[in-house]
Every structure is written in C-alpha cells, then in structure tokens.
Write a protein that binds this ligand. Structure first.
Ligand SMILES: *Cc1c(COP(=O)(O)O)cnc(C)c1O
Length: 225
C-alpha cells in the first residue's frame, strides 16, 4: 500500500474531472477516510500530503487524534449518536452528518465554539441510508437558525453503491440544486458554500457535479484494518 502513489493517481483523475467542467482542482478538498485503517496508515497519508482526515467512530477519531493531533483537519463523517456528541465535539473541525433536530440541540449545547456542520441529505431516498429527506431539508436548515453554535457550511450525501452513472449523477445534481436553494435564502448561519459528496467509486462524477469536498477511503488509504 503506497498512499503517496494512490494520492497521485486520485489527483490526476480529479484534474481530468475538473477540466471537463472548467473547475479548479485547488478548490476541491480531499478528505482521507481512515476509518478502516491503522494509525500508522493515517500517518502515512498525512506525510504524503493529505491535510484532512475523516473518521466515523469516536474510538478511531480519538486514537488517531492523540497521535496526529492538530496537524490534519478532522472530519466526523458517520452517523452520530446524540450521546456521543459530548466526547467528540472538542476533537472535530467538521461534522458531516447533521440530520435531526435532537442532534443539533446537543451539538449546540456541548460546543464551546461554532461548529462547522454539513446537513446530511438522503437524496437517493434509500431506506437504509441516514440523512434527512430532500423535501424536509430547507425547513430543517431554517430551524437551525436558533442554534448559535452551529454553522451550516454545506450539504453532504452518500450516493448509493452502484455503477449506474446516470443515477449517481442525478443524486449529486439534486444535492447541488438543494444547495443553490439554501444559498438563495441567505440565512446567516447557513452560508452553505460546500458540497461533501463523492467516495472511492464515484468521486469523479461528484466533482463534475460540483463537489467541493470528496471523502475517499479505500482508493486512497485502503481498507485492510
Ligand atoms: C466509509 C465512508 C467513506 C469512504 O468510503 P470509500 O468507499 O472507502 O471511499 C466516505 N463517506 C462516508 C460517510 C463513509 O462512511
């Protein structure tokens, strides 16, 4: 496993996707999802030049953060239980999985500073997926204006696991459309400038449809814990 080689390859593909839509590759952040791998591998990613790491469990986050400390920017990307908020809140820079009011209340209560959050939207409407329904997203974001410690920096989605490119594309496109709608409301706590979408198997498509943050595990750091 050579994280450095994987990173080069991913950057090449990102460049190609960006060229197609005349975007700049510098505007896209790679989050290395290290949930499957060891601390050593996460460290290798940072040494290879990755500046953002993503974890989906309290244990993995705290263990890796203890070693790598503040060097990378930390993202919490998984479904987040309300009772876990207290233990992770001071150790993350971004939370990608805000999808319910009870969670927003808890984040707002436990945070000692403004927390950058993504609202997770279930654009594919799969029952197994977390996230708020697209048609409820706007009202949900409006209701978050009551929480001064929460800033909605963007929207996040997990596309279904499929190689149906058109379907993937339509999921990402729907999230982009929703972002445009949120932005037009000009809510002070919801600048919503980011789109967190795209994983190992679909990041090129996500970039073509407007992703600003891609979350890559397997293709970058492997999945061999
Ligand atoms: C695991 C995970 C990823 C990374 O998945 P890969 O397919 O390994 O790239 C991205 N986002 C979320 C929310 C995840 O849970």
């Amino acid at each position: 496993m050579q994280v450095k080689v994987n990173l080069q390859e991913i950057r090449e593909k990102m460049k190609l996707a960006c060229e197609k839509v005349r975007e700049s590759v510098e505007d896209i952040t790679i989050i290395a999802v290290t949930k499957y791998v060891t601390i050593e591998r996460a460290k290798e990613a940072v040494e290879a030049g990755v500046t953002n790491l993503g974890e989906n469990r309290e244990e993995g986050l705290l263990a890796k953060r203890e070693v790598l400390m503040d060097e990378p920017v930390w993202h919490f990307i998984g479904s987040l239980q309300t009772r876990k908020v207290k233990s992770i809140i001071d150790h993350v820079d971004y939370i990608h999985s805000l999808d319910r009011l009870s969670l927003a209340k808890e984040i707002n209560k436990r945070a000692s500073k403004k927390i950058k959050c993504f609202v997770q939207v279930n654009v594919s409407q799969e029952e197994s997926k977390h996230g708020i329904a697209p048609e409820e997203t706007i009202d949900f974001i409006k209701s978050l204006d009551a929480f001064p410690n929460i800033e909605i920096v963007g929207l996040m989605t997990m596309a279904p696991f499929t190689d149906n490119e058109e379907f993937l594309r339509s999921c990402f496109r729907n999230l982009k459309a929703l972002q445009t709608e949120v932005q037009s409301l000009k809510i002070s706590n919801a600048p919503c400038t980011e789109l967190s979408m795209g994983m190992s198997n679909d990041y090129s498509i996500a970039i073509e449809e407007g992703a600003t943050m891609i979350r890559i595990g397997t293709a970058l750091v492997g999945s061999d814990k």
